[in-house]
Design a protein around this ligand. Sequence first.
Ligand SMILES: Cc1ncc(COP(=O)(O)O)c(C=O)c1O
Length: 368
Amino acid sequence: MRDSGRRRSASLPVFPWDTLTDVTAAARAHPDGIVDLSVGTPVDPVAPLIREALSAAGGAPGYPTTAGTAALRESAVAALGRRYGVTGLTTSAVLPVIGTKELIAWLPTLLGLGATDTVVVPELAYPTYEVGALLAGAAVVRADSLTQLGPQTPALVFLNSPSNPTGKVLGVDHLRKVVGWARERGVLIASDECYLGLSWDAAPLSVLHPDVCDGDHTGLLAIHSLSKTSSLAGYRAGFVAGDPAVVAELLAVRKHAGMMVPTPVQAAMVAALDDDAHEHEQRARYEHRRELLLPALRAAGFTVDHSEAGLYLWASRDEPGRETVAWLAERGILVAPGEFYGPRGLRHVRVALTATDERIAAAVARLA
Ligand SMILES: Cc1ncc(COP(=O)(O)O)c(C=O)c1O
């Protein structure tokens, strides 16, 4: 790093959470402590059966394979079938990743995209889609509809249903239309499905579900994280599945780059993917927290838009979101300003359901 002109970070947006220092201090000053509903980090302990699997594999001395163990790939295929109705996947069309943020941030680079390519991200989106495009030197377009794109042919389109931050679920007709459009143009779709198992008032579908893709996975990737559904954020555990040719290409590059999931984490992922009971329990915890927080926000004068699935409530007091963040911080509640996710989020805040029952109860009391 000889001069600032060579600093890679200079080409990236400001890390949004670094702008919350003042409101975080304000929320921390509450006499009964902060209720942090900003980041969306899981708080419930990892299920014992997953911890035991991690620990049992703790003695393995050798390098893991980038492709993942056969057991892991089989468990991922089986879980996608059992939980989400995905059919027609083979184990060679699945690849473990070191948490899905890693894959999303490097996907355009791994695919060899560059200055002549465009990556489409949702209007309101998890910021790493844009970061991934910028790391590859590609252009970014924010769009939620095909008409917004006009005649251009992007290289890659990110979808995220249920959405972070809005909780919006894309219907089957919309998904079919996007898949058909992408197929005609040879555009790759990367569908981030990390909240697929956390739906409340809607029935989200995987892009690999036969009702969406007619059983043909060409040009489609589904990205699955175990961070939220199994509270494995600290393990860094996810996988990508879909078009076998694209998965093989990702594997070929990732092998060179050392992008391997540690052996004990792979074993823990098998345990998590094979067991649906802990996943249902986790889902029920979030559902309960949502049932408390959603009416409390409404009673306090908030409008809550979308939010039919996922781990966030997309809320507004019909004022600039930064003012809402400050208003909540005075009550010891920290949330994320909607502008973190795109210019269309200026008048919203994102309220995460990821706090303990005790902290959610504290938030409800403070909103009353
Ligand atoms: C939409 C979305 N995708 C991906 C991730 C990354 O999850 P992880 O890297 O823990 O798998 C998150 C995390 O909050 C997210 O909200």
